[in-house]
Design a protein around this ligand. Structure first.
Ligand code: MGD
Ligand code: SF4
Length: 739
């Protein structure tokens, strides 16, 4: 198979590499007059957080036409993914929030009245003052995801709280960051520094690049496939990546650590590592060698349902290509509660293969540094989330969202309590597992403010809804991602905000003024901040508006660690810690241990979930362009399982989990050989129950609602979500479920 049917990314010209005919045409605004002068305005995409930079095109009437990639941006190489091209659907969505609103009935009943911005912000400011008076400024938490959150962080810190949190840590990347820090002294960060462009062997463990559409990774992987690089995919499901792999290992879910230990065993006991490299650069090789002695491929085969010969063969192949081999750290890695240790295994393997800081392995990231616009120092809070954790989750480098739910919950016995929420750009109801607990925490708040572009499940629980305009209608901070090259990308409004929506930068400034915090917002429009920052860096807003992106070149040699010198890392030993002294000191296993996880009860199947290339989490389900391509999720069921339960293709069924929780809506069955008999699979992000989402309401089901059993990682607090089991209900259940 070639990249042609793998990659589904639009090119600058718009014709693109779409497999299914002219799907790209759907992304252009139909019926708009495209004659005359076309304006292009720089932006960077917010449909996911890869942040590809692009150009928004408007016609002579100032109407938005299309968004295309910026050729100069190494994060997209001039091509946006299907979601990014469909970004204008966020702007055009008729269901968008249109006005500030205040709740007029009980929380959660979703009865609001439209109010002016003045009234809404007066209300919020008054409630915030009351909160400070009664519980202290620290009782305010900011839940955020995306660029609006950056503006609100400034406000919340100026107000006196550092209880700021995003789901991208404890529901996503957190375990891998902790594992990497324990092994290499540095986090993986996003975008991942995987040198796929130059690799000869890419190993994916439950990381489905291609369905998980992160632009440059997908582009580089497609090229790697064309170059004939070896792809090894470990997934209980024949994912898109698996179909393009030389080796597919259909592992029994929840047993990955056993496989990873066996791979180490083969590499070490068959002496397929570079002795000199290991000697010079690693710490704890002897301990690791002794430790994995018993973890033979035969041992792992019994646990993983894989063949010992295949485990051996794939380990040899990885070692053969080393150090130009990447064992990918994954992205959404909060699965079973021992996730730091699973990713530690991945890190150790990369350490054994010598791929860290090596061409074709992991490059060393770099990043532009932007001067801070002057403001007074933030007040020192009396307590922060670290104090609330009180030594729990010692490897949590940043705040843990589920711990903030605990701090907000009525059962919180500590004197450190969260009593007010500002939620910006995150649909917590469908994002943090164990929804009933999130709702109990919401009910316990004195104030809930939600800043969103759409009426989502979380806005239904707000006291005040503040409608933000979309990324195509606003300025935001400069994009500075850690990458191969230091880059800056600019976001400029291509069109005026629709309805009464406003940019987060405007909202926080107005709120700041009402709270007497004007010194923290020393500008009248956010463009002044950008211009000042760019001028400090020798450019200007006017110049960047023409370029959209600036790239600082870098000699290739500086991308990798010097070959002849020993590594000097920020670990305790300064070396790659195969044996982690940090974890040992924190009271955890210094070498990762395999533990068996609970199995599905009779008649139940493990609920597995993932991504689709045309959607991001829950945020895109109602997008007119993207729902046109995929408007519901389906339940993948193995043919044998389907036969045992009498299920047919496209039959609508309901699900019930191990705790008796029912799906709110039915889901269509997809009978497919691509999934094994021990789990079922669905794409995350569907099953919306907010009726204001006219396109997405009741389409498919929400995996989150069925995730009521959560295995918390003791090392950093991540929420393991894959230990939930479902059974099939062919008739609509009678029981009403609270949403
Ligand atoms: P979404 O669910 O897409 O992502 O979780 P979230 O960040 O909560 O919700 C995004 C919200 O932002 C939506 O309400 C959307 O309307 C709003 N929004 C979009 N654009 C803007 C904007 O410009 N401004 C404002 N103010 N709002 C905007 C993601 C999180 O979910 C992550 S990172 C991962 S990896 C986890 N994945 C995951 C999973 O796979 N399965 C389950 N069950 N749970 C998961 N939770 C985690
Ligand atoms: Fe946008 Fe796609 Fe890039 Fe994500 S990967 S930022 S959705 S173009």
């Amino acid at each position: 198979s070639s990249r042609r049917d793998f990659i589904k990314i639009t090119s600058v010209g718009g014709a693109g590499l779409f497999a299914a005919g002219n799907v790209a045409a759907k992304y252009f605004n139909p019926g708009k007059n495209m004659k005359g002068t076309i304006q292009r305005t720089p932006t960077y995409c917010e449909v996911c957080f890869w942040k590809c930079s692009g150009w928004a095109h408007t016609n002579e009437n100032g109407e938005l036409w299309k968004v295309v990639g910026n050729k100069k941006d190494p994060l997209c190489n001039g091509r946006l993914c299907p979601r990014g091209s469909g970004g204008i659907g966020m702007y055009n969505d008729p269901d968008r929030l249109k006005s500030p609103m205040i709740r007029i009935e009980e929380r959660g009943k979703q009865v609001f009245k439209e109010v002016t911005w003045h009234k809404a912000l007066e209300y919020v400011a008054q409630k915030m003052e009351a909160l400070k008076e009664k519980h202290g400024a620290e009782s305010l938490a900011l839940f955020n995801h995306g660029s609006g959150g950056k503006h609100f962080s400034n406000l919340v810190k100026a107000f006196g709280s550092t209880n700021i949190v995003a789901p991208s840590y404890a529901q996503c990347r957190g375990p891998r960051e902790a594992a990497w820090i324990a092994t290499f002294g540095t986090a993986v960060n996003a975008p991942e520094p995987t040198d796929i462009k130059n690799t000869n062997c890419l190993v994916l463990i439950g990381s489905h690049i291609g369905e998980n559409m992160h632009n440059t990774q997908v582009q580089e992987m497609s090229e790697a496939i064309d170059r004939g690089a070896t792809i090894i995919t470990v997934d209980p499901r024949l994912s898109t990546a698996a179909t393009h792999s030389k080796h597919w290992l259909p592992i029994k879910p929840a047993t990955d650590i056993a496989l990873l230990l066996a791979w180490m065993h083969v590499i070490i006991y068959e002496k397929r590592y570079n002795h000199e490299y290991i000697e010079k650069n690693t710490f704890g090789f002897k301990e690791l060698k002794e430790y994995v002695a018993e973890y033979t491929p035969e041992w792992a085969a019994g646990i993983t349902n894989l063949k010992a010969s295949q485990i051996r063969e794939t380990a040899r192949e990885m070692a053969f290509h080393a150090p130009s081999t990447i064992v990918h750290p994954g992205r959404h890695v909060t699965w079973y509660g021992d996730d730091v240790q699973r990713v530690r295994c991945i890190a150790i393997l990369n350490g054994l293969l010598g791929s860290f800081g090596t061409k074709g392995g992991f490059y060393m990231q770099t990043k532009a540094s932007v001067p801070t616009f002057s403001h007074p120092p933030y007040p020192q809070p009396k307590w922060s989330w670290k104090d609330f954790l009180d030594g729990k989750f010692p490897s949590a480098e940043i705040n843990v969202s589920n711990a903030m739910i605990d701090a907000s919950h009525p059962d919180n016995q500590s004197d450190k309590k969260i009593k007010g929420w500002i939620v910006v750009g995150t649909n917590l109801i469908n994002t943090i597992p164990n929804t009933p607990r999130t709702i109990e925490a919401i009910r316990n708040q004195d104030l809930v403010v939600v800043v969103d572009t759409m009426p989502m499940e979380i806005t239904g629980w707000a006291d005040v809804i503040l409608p933000e305009c979309t990324y195509l209608e606003r300025y935001d901070d400069l994009r500075v991602s850690p990458e191969r090259y230091a880059t800056l990308a600019l976001r400029v409004p291509a069109v005026k905000p629709k309805h009464l929506t406003k940019p987060a930068s405007w909202i926080v400034r107005r709120l700041g003024l009402k709270l007497g915090l004007q010194d923290y917002f020393n500008y009248s429009d956010f463009s002044e901040v950008l211009d000042w920052q760019l001028k400090q860096m020798g450019s200007s807003l006017a110049e960047m508006k023409k370029k959209g992106v600036t790239v600082v070149d870098r000699p290739e040699s500086s991308l990798y660690l010097p070959k002849d010198e020993p590594v000097q890392l920020k670990t305790k030993s300064g070396k790659i810690e195969l044996y982690s002294q940090l974890l040992e000191e924190q009271g955890f296993d210094p070498l990762p241990k395999y533990t068996a996880h609970p199995e599905a009860p009779d008649g139940f199947y493990r609920l597995n979930y993932g991504r689709a290339p045309m959607h991001t989490f829950t945020r895109t389900a109602n997008n007119p362009n993207l729902s046109d391509i995929m408007n519901e999720n389906r339940l993948w069921v193995n043919p044998q399982v389907a036969e045992n339960h009498g299920l047919k293709m496209n039959q609508m069924i309901w699900l019930e989990n191990q705790d008796g929780v029912l799906s709110e809506f039915p889901i269509k069955v997809r009978v497919t050989e691509r999934i094994g008999p021990d789990c079922v699979y669905m794409v995350h992000g569907f099953g919306h129950n907010n009726k204001r989402l006219k396109r997405a309401h009741g389409k498919g089901i929400s995996d989150t609602k069925l995730i009521t059993r959560v295995a918390i990682d003791p090392i950093m607090g991540g929420t393991g979500m894959r230990g939930n089991f479902v059974k099939f209900l062919v008739e609509e259940p009678k029981k009403e479920v609270e949403s």
